[in-house]
Write a protein that binds this ligand. Structure first.
Ligand code: RB5
Length: 143
């Protein structure tokens, strides 16, 4: 199950990515927002991060204007590693090396086509483990 969340700025891109997820058979749950009416991105970043941290959802996709604010909010939840990515290489590496469970996208930064590719890579790339597991554990140990 993929947890989705956005603010008003990210909402249109979230709709585009929902089309992609549906076309590829992914199950998802949308934690809001549900319109382009102005709202506060930390609310949705936290909701998705808690859904992932609890194990209710396996991965999360977040959307705001830049992907930055909503990822910062998600990263406040213990155990969560949310990566704001605007390119395919970063999306691959945040999985292979950082074991990021949440990808954050900026609707004012990337177009729908690139965002789809970034999501595809994020969802289909596994964590390498090994020395990277030690480093990820060190991140998680920071309180
Ligand atoms: C909203 O205007 C904007 O600040 C928000 O979507 C996001 O980009 C914040 O990081």
């Amino acid at each position: 199950m993929i947890a989705l969340g956005s603010d008003h700025a990210g909402y249109p891109l979230k709709l585009e990515i929902i089309k992609y997820l549906d076309a590829h058979g992914y199950e998802w749950k949308d934690f809001g927002t549900f319109s382009t009416e102005s709202c506060d991105y930390p609310v949705y970043g936290e909701a998705v991060a808690r859904a992932v941290a609890s194990g209710a959802c396996d991965r999360g996709l977040l959307f705001c204007g830049t992907g930055i604010g909503i990822s910062l909010a998600a990263n406040k939840v213990p155990g969560i590693r949310a990566a704001a990515c605007s390119d395919v290489f970063s999306a691959e590496m945040c999985r292979r090396h950082n074991n990021a469970q949440i990808l954050a996208l900026g609707a004012r930064v990337v177009g729908a086509g690139l965002a789809e590719k970034i999501v595809e890579v994020f969802l289909n790339t596994e964590f390498e483990g090994g020395r990277h597991a030690r480093r990820v554990a060190l991140i998680d140990a920071i309180k």
